[in-house]
Design a protein around this ligand. Structure first.
Ligand code: U2F
Length: 520
């Protein structure tokens, strides 16, 4: 069967009714609230230009963070200010796949999977009845336990929702162990593109994203719907996120009435500054309604890289956030410690800082009173803005592309995108291919590495050829005069960088309508 665009999301959210899980209730209510937008976007997208037909996939969504003991802890926090970003993504993934016409099952328990109704006795063992399984790092461990030997056999069908990303050096188990990249999460030796991220961190992973509020709603006249009050809303659902920030908040409250949506445990006396108007944790709908009349959304430094700033900007707020100098990373931050990435986090929301920027995003030194004041006074009212990749159509287009083109079960070298798209660039010492390509308004494309990984690719240098399993190759090392060629395709890495290597990078023009950098 081919997958036909659906005009309703009902099968998805009806399948989640009567759940006693707060997380599933959040997902269901989000899907229901956004269903009209998804349905309209599906119809618009269907009428657009010719697209490759994909066959209908049987898809399992298995959010491991909601299963077992970890799941109990996660669930307990849903209504108390715990992370919701992952749930936003699961909701939108389910909606997007359903609209694209695929057959979606959501499950949060291994037991349920072992006896999924109508699917035979054990749908996750041989023969696997699902074409694709979307899960997360916790889910991988659960599935490994439940699938036994089938786990390895079918791992090419897995897709891992991984908000912060996994770089190739951390992914390949043997390499990670012998080269100091072994962390709590990595080492599953999948293809790096099987990891799907919340923001476009490195093209080594697939950028899945989510859907933000959209700038203009068709049913509302724009000028009326974006009337702003002189208020700021602080980003931070739990009190601990506010520690040490009172001076910064004081400066803000001198200019704007300052609101919060911090969870209030019963019987607890609040330690928030007295000038803050706390609404308590709001339902997502009420939170978005509050942002609608807000001028400035104020970042405290944590949570890192969540969806809320993108929603705020789409609702016409300016996002004011702390700059991190020195940047936060797995070396110096408890939160990033053990995360399989070398990324240097230069602000609370690097995507907002680098891909959106002024006038929508102001990144400041929050310890400098004058800096904060200047920023607040220069913030004019802005127009609402939603990057194309965070709209329903953007996500439909992206996911459809992945489903039709990504086949990790085939052993042959990738044939998509075609070689004619390749723009080879030799970077300066110490720079990753992510930034080498970005600097030329291009994007690193790991599937094109194998075309460059030949002695011809480095022909301009008089050098000694060296074939090695090394995540920095292909590259040139001027000191040893080595031209390094990659021996292990799993280690082709856009993210890798090292002060003694000049990386040879496969760049290409970014695919249409998916914004990759502000300059493109
Ligand atoms: C991020 O998780 P968070 O849940 O902390 O991310 P946020 O950006 O704060 O918001 C998630 C959603 O919560 C909603 C809001 C967002 O879509 O509309 N919300 C709400 O329903 N009620 C409220 O009062 C306030 C917000 C990130 F997504 C995770 O990947 C990380 O694990 C986490 C820690 O860095 O940060």
């Amino acid at each position: 069967y081919s997958a036909d665009i659906r005009d309703t999301l009902r099968p998805l959210y009806e399948g989640m009714s009567n759940s006693s899980s707060p997380a599933i209730r959040f997902v269901r209510s989000r899907v229901e609230r956004m269903s009209e937008r998804w349905e309209q976007a599906g119809q618009r997208w269907k009428q657009g230009s010719n697209k490759t037909v994909s066959s209908q996939m049987k898809v399992l969504l298995f959010p491991g963070a909601l299963a077992g003991g970890v799941g109990q802890r996660f669930e307990a926090m849903v209504d108390r200010g715990g992370p919701l970003g992952e749930l936003v993504q699961w909701a939108d993934l389910g909606a997007c796949l359903t609209i694209l016409g695929h057959d979606v099952t959501i499950s949060t328990s291994q037991r349920q999977l072992r006896a999924a109704p109508g699917r035979g006795s054990c749908p996750i063992q041989r023969p696997l009845t699902f074409d694709l399984i979307y899960t997360d790092y916790h889910g991988l461990a659960h599935l490994q336990g439940a699938m036994g030997l089938s786990f390895q056999h079918y791992q090419c069908r897995f897709r891992i929702l991984d908000s912060f990303g996994t770089e190739p050096a951390f992914n390949l188990g043997t390499y990670a162990r012998s080269h100091g990249y072994k962390t709590q999460w990595g080492s599953w030796s999948l293809r790096s593109l099987q990891y799907m991220t919340m923001f476009p961190h490195t093209p080594d992973n697939s950028f899945l994203g989510f859907v933000s509020e959209e700038a203009v709603r068709d049913d509302e006249p724009k000028s009326e719907s974006y009337k702003k009050d002189k208020i700021a809303v602080v980003y931070g659902k739990q009190e601990y996120m506010w520690q040490g920030k009172s001076e910064y908040l004081e400066v803000i409250s001198e200019e704007l009435e300052t609101h919060a949506t911090v969870y209030r445990p019963p019987g607890h006396t609040s330690s928030l500054p007295s000038f803050i108007r706390n609404h308590g944790l709001l339902s997502q709908e009420d939170f978005l309604r509050l942002l609608h009349r807000t001028k400035v959304f104020v970042g405290l430094g944590f949570p890192y890289e969540g969806p809320a700033p993108i929603e705020a900007i789409a609702l016409g707020c300016v996002f004011l956030q702390p700059r991190f100098d020195p940047p936060h990373s797995s070396e110096n931050s408890d939160f990033y410690k053990g995360k399989p990435t070398t990324r240097q986090i230069t602000s609370q929301h690097p995507y907002a800082e680098q891909f959106i920027g002024k006038p929508y995003v102001w990144t400041v030194d929050v310890t400098n009173r004058t800096d904060v004041q200047l920023a607040l006074r220069s913030i004019l009212s802005t127009e609402p803005f939603t990057p194309q990749e965070f709209t329903c159509v953007g996500m439909l287009e992206r996911l459809h592309g992945y489903i039709t083109h990504q086949n990790f079960c085939s052993k042959s070298v990738p044939t998509w995108p075609p070689e004619r798209d390749l723009r080879g660039h030799l970077g300066p010492l110490g720079e990753s291919c992510v930034s080498v390509c970005q600097r030329s308004s291009l994007q690193c494309e790991p599937a094109l590495f194998h075309h460059l990984n030949t002695p011809k690719g480095l022909i301009d240098f008089k050098c000694m050829e060296k074939k090695e399993v090394n995540h920095l190759f292909p590259s040139y090392n001027p000191w040893g005069r080595h031209c390094g060629l990659q021996q292990e395709p799993l280690l082709f890495s856009c993210a890798g960088s090292d002060p003694s290597h000049r990386r040879l990078c496969p760049c290409r023009a970014p695919p249409s309508a998916q914004v990759v950098s502000k300059d493109c």
